[in-house]
Design a protein around this ligand. Sequence first.
Ligand code: HQG
Length: 181
Amino acid sequence: MADYKKTSVFISLILRHKPETIGISLDEHGWAKTDELIEGINKTKGCSIDFDVLSEIVRTDGKQRYSFNEDKTKIRANQGHSVKVDVELKEAEPPEQLFHGTGERFVPAIRKEGLKPQSRLYVHLSKDKETAEKVGARHGKPHVFFVHSGKMYRAGYKFYLSENGVWLTKSVPPEFLGERL
Ligand code: HQG
């Protein structure tokens, strides 16, 4: 099996942030047409992936980032978008505690303002500290915040669980953040 990691990263750029890179658009629910995605990638990258390769990328993606619709004519990213689409996230009651990993350099601003979605539609939260540490390390030296998600939920804040198990919420005010249990 070839290493399709680069293609998968490119697909996440297209389906979450910049569909125009390959001359396609997403519908209001974030769906791209599967055949347009394949053709657009091949034209832009000079490669020749086909439906079977794309299916294998979707099936084996380490974070299960993508989903097909039932007849596989459409594909979308499960979360992580900056493009304003509605991927029909399911509202859910979060566990009492969730985690958010970030880079140390962002800590002072986050302590002051809380967590903001920045370029994405939602703040991304992790179920466990280890995952949060990995997410944080993408931004340099990692720092993990605890999020008092149970308290937030009871105070009326909405939480969503994406198809691939990522907890999302619009923002986290500083009073719901902790740095140790
Ligand atoms: C930080 C990856 C200053 C926030 C991961 C983060 C994740 C603030 C950065 C998913 C702030 C945004 C998302 C504030 C938040 N002041 N900085 N008030 N509020 N920040 O990449 O959560 O591999 O948009 O802490 O695994 O790092 O792409 O978000 O450091 O699940 O599938 O602003 O992306 O998944 O960075 O990562 P990002 P994220 P994939």
